[in-house]
Design a protein around this ligand. Structure first.
Ligand SMILES: [Zn+2]
Length: 237
């Protein structure tokens, strides 16, 4: 829900928006944080982040209200729409992978429009589908880029999802990552996970990890695509 911050002119629409989103849906989906619990490294899954954000906003805008089954189902819609984005592991823009910042930003701007259009058309299903999809990409921005490492521990990026505003990031030929050291990685393994936290230290500009099989936009001087450039980070490394 970070997109809502800093958008004062949205305030009047916000209440209508949440009433609409929260109280109009009844279809239930399969609930699970299965993957994070069994295969994750103790992080908070997309599903849990979405659920927690929803609950916090309900408390903020409707203090003291008891969450109804209808509201829980609406929340589930958002969670499922969010999770579904990970079914597409080839479109880098959906996950802010491979420095696909222009594509990621265009997607957020479009989905925000889709949400408001759907609300105007009284279509709660569509509104939640678009919002859930946008939340996934927003969450990936903070997980897949070096935004936090750039000193933004408590800062959201206020430009995300803003129409006409582009995200500034490192050029394709700029080095933004060094290879994760063997010992750093190996010793980290015994602590529960690999520790490659210092291999982005060379980056002073925004970057994100490259992922095999994705359509990252960068091309070398001859116009060829390099799937994982040697001067960039791999996804998760
Ligand atoms: Zn993702």
């Amino acid at each position: 829900m970070v997109t809502m911050k800093g958008h004062g002119h949205y305030a009047t629409h916000l209440i209508t928006f949440f009433i609409f989103i929260f109280f109009t849906q009844t279809i239930a989906f399969m609930p699970t944080d299965f993957k994070e619990n069994w295969f994750g490294n103790g992080g908070t899954s997309h599903q849990a982040q979405t659920r927690q954000a929803y609950d916090q906003l309900v408390q903020k805008y409707f203090p003291g209200i008891r969450t109804s089954t209808t509201m829980e189902n609406a929340r589930k819609d958002l969670e499922m729409a969010n999770i579904a984005v990970d079914e597409d592991q080839t479109t880098s823009a959906k996950h802010f992978d491979g420095e696909s910042f222009d594509g990621g930003q265009a997607r957020l701007v479009q989905l925000k429009l889709n949400v408001s259009d759907a609300i105007v058309a009284n279509d709660g299903d569509k509104a939640r589908a678009a919002l859930g999809g946008a939340l996934h990409t927003l969450q990936d921005f903070y997980a897949h880029t070096n935004w936090i490492e750039m000193g933004n521990i408590n800062n959201i990026n206020p430009n995300l999802g803003k129409a006409g505003v582009s995200i500034t990031y490192a050029a394709f030929e700029e080095a933004t990552c060094t290879l994760c050291g063997f010992y750093e990685s190996f010793l980290g393994f015994f602590k529960g996970c690999h520790d490659c936290s210092h291999n982005t230290d060379v980056a002073t500009k925004l970057t994100s990890g490259y992922y095999f099989g994705e359509d990252s936009p960068g091309k070398d001087a001859s116009g060829n695509k390099i799937e994982i450039p040697s001067n960039k980070c791999h996804h998760g490394k």
